[in-house]
Design a protein around this ligand. Structure first.
Ligand code: TPP
Ligand code: MG
Length: 370
């Protein structure tokens, strides 16, 4: 036969709790115990409240730019829940729910967006890397982390998060190729939220799925309903097991949507239709899970009211911790790039110390210069 098929593939999508409340018992029955389900839902509600407050902090001039997480929370949370605390989460910037579940204190994220580098000095024992603003860079870090654990011979894995837009970056392809060829225990978790700022996914990727980008690297690829916490837990658990036992990476495309603007510096009304947003509001992962809990008799309005009160009190404390931290002089910006600061930078830091920006409150020029 002169022409034969040498390769064929299919991309599967996993859904367990759909937007209409239908639940797949076969896949979902023993996935998440009820007690954990309540904890996860409570966490989602707290994170949603955190998101609202972070947005307000920016709007009232108390914080810099902030990317709302609203609508996407089930993706990173499902992944973090399915992983071990010793595994690495290597985030982009829209994964608060997963990072907080993994142990990152909430105030770190506020400090980051307040421009305070202490927000990126992740506490020991919390296996989370700092938020990555340069798109795509973190995937290579995840490959490196996974490689180091493979080299040590333990079964720790890395899960890196990124957006649909990030899959057009060279770094993405390098990290994928490297991880597949070296057989590294990495999960590549793409949050396809339909947009890369104002660029829709359909003109960013000509293939019908982003998941199939991984096929070219010989990787296991799967699509999942990213607003379905159960389905995310299922695919990440399976992928993590594969990574731990065979060192094979997996590419996961989670279909989700950001309900807010790209960041507080954006106005999404200028490029996307309100009907599209309204359609996705109906698929909100929090509403879906709440309805499921209601149907199981695990939740009611009294519990909801108590949870909201608790979440509000918690976030008040978080904001207080972030805002009341001892201020650092602006020269702190020089402190985080090099172990030994190059002479040129040291010179600039010294010059800044003697101007008002570089001094601590109440510090004189003489004190600063010493
Ligand atoms: C290397 C690089 N190029 C451009 C930007 C500007 N930028 C910030 S976010 C973004 C879009 C990212 O879209 P996507 O990967 O889909 O993530 P999302 O924000 O939708 O979660 C761009 C182009 C950047 N931060 N880094
Ligand atoms: Mg996107």
């Amino acid at each position: 036969m002169p022409v034969e098929t040498v390769f064929e593939t299919t991309i599967k999508r996993v859904s367990i709790l759909d937007e209409h409340g239908r639940f797949d018992e076969e896949l979902g029955a023993d996935l998440i115990p009820d007690a954990d389900l309540i904890k996860l839902y409570s966490h989602l509600v707290t994170c949603r409240h955190f998101d609202e407050i972070a947005f307000k902090l920016q709007r009232s001039g108390r914080m810099g730019t902030y990317p709302e997480n609203r609508g996407q929370e089930a993706t990173s949370l499902g992944a973090a829940y399915a992983l071990r605390k010793t595994d690495w989460l290597v985030p982009c910037y829209r994964e608060n729910a997963g990072l907080f579940w993994h142990g990152l204190p909430m105030e770190y994220v506020l400090l980051h967006w307040m421009g305070d580098e202490r927000g990126n000095e992740i506490p020991d024992g919390v296996n989370v890397t700092p938020l990555a603003i340069p798109i795509g860079t973190q995937m290579l870090h995840a490959a490196g982390l996974a490689w180091s654990h493979k080299y040590r011979g333990d079964d720790t894995i890395a899960c890196t998060f990124f957006g649909d837009g990030a899959t057009s970056e060279g770094d993405f392809h390098e990290a994928m190729n490297f991880s597949a060829n070296l057989e590294l225990p990495v999960l590549f978790f793409c949050q396809n939220n339909s947009w890369a700022i104002s660029v829709p996914t359909r003109i960013q990727c000509s293939a019908p799925t982003i998941a199939q980008r991984g096929v070219g690297y010989g990787m296991e690829c799967i699509q999942v309903d990213g607003n379905d916490l159960f389905a995310v837990v299922k695919v990440v658990r399976d992928a993590a097991e594969r990574a731990r036992t065979t060192n094979k990476p997996t590419f996961i495309e989670a279909i989700t949507y950001r309900l807010g603007d790209h960041t507080t510096a954006d106005d999404a009304r200028r490029y996307r239709d309100q009907e599209e947003v309204e359609m996705w509001e109906l698929r909100d992962p929090l509403i879906r899970l709440r309805n499921h809990l209601d149907a199981k008799g695990l939740w009611d309005e009294t519990r909801q009211a108590a949870l909201l009160e608790q979440a509000e009190a918690h976030v008040v404390d978080v904001v207080k911790n972030a805002e009341e931290i001892e201020p650092l002089p602006a020269t702190d910006m020089f402190a985080h790039m090099y172990k030994d600061m190059p002479a040129g930078l040291e010179e600039q830091a010294r010059a800044m110390r003697t101007c008002s920006l570089g001094r601590l409150p109440g510090e004189t020029i003489d004190q600063a210069a010493t």
